[in-house]
Design a protein around this ligand. Structure first.
Ligand SMILES: [Zn+2]
Length: 188
């Protein structure tokens, strides 16, 4: 609202000055307090428009949430039904996979140049966008999980030997209590 009135700086810390330099062409500027300016101000500061611009801001992009949902769908395809436990475990796996891979760096070629690729999204109707190619994803969490499982099994084995099996059978009760329910659904 300032630039159009020939004001190119502001006290607002989020917007201290215009991006342009000093060499902008001469033109007629709007005056505050005029009917045209007030009308324009009213249109530009409409809540819906302001909220829409907020959504376009790079600080509030939803693309990360969308990519997480894609990862989640990979682990929990919508066409299959899982038990509560199965769903919970798959959600955990999706989170582990996401946390390990969400901050991947851009890939570089043999000469060390950053790699890009062209994409042709349907929304561009034949047009293209340039996308950064990231380094390959990793699944290091799988090894870490396996290690935990082995440790748990070993500890349980040790506990079983110590207490003659009584403690171990109670601790696995929750997992083996409803085999019929498990069988009727897609297995985890
Ligand atoms: Zn300006």
């Amino acid at each position: 609202m300032n630039h159009i009135r020939n004001l190119h700086t502001d006290e607002n810390p989020e917007y201290t000055a215009c991006e342009h330099g000093d060499d902008y062409p001469e033109r007629e500027w709007l005056q505050s307090g005029t009917k045209v300016y007030d009308k324009l101000r009213e249109e530009w500061l409409r809540t819906r428009l302001v909220n829409g611009i907020g959504m376009m801001s790079p600080h509030a992009q939803t693309s990360k949430v969308e990519s997480f949902h894609n990862i989640l769908l990979h682990f929990c395809p919508k066409l299959l039904v899982y038990s509560y436990q199965g769903m919970k475990c798959r959600l955990y796996l999706a989170v582990l996979h996401w946390n390990e891979n969400c901050d991947r760096a851009q890939a570089v070629d043999a000469e060390g140049n950053p790699v890009y690729r062209l994409k042709y999204p349907r929304s561009k109707e034949g047009g293209h966008t340039v996308e950064r190619v990231l380094t390959a994803g990793t699944c290091g969490y799988v090894k870490a999980l396996m290690r935990v499982v082995v440790e748990l099994v070993e500890n349980r084995g040790a506990a079983q030997r110590q207490h003659g099996g009584a403690t171990a059978s109670t601790s696995t009760e929750c997992l083996s209590s409803s085999p019929r329910q498990w069988r009727s659904r897609a297995s985890f």
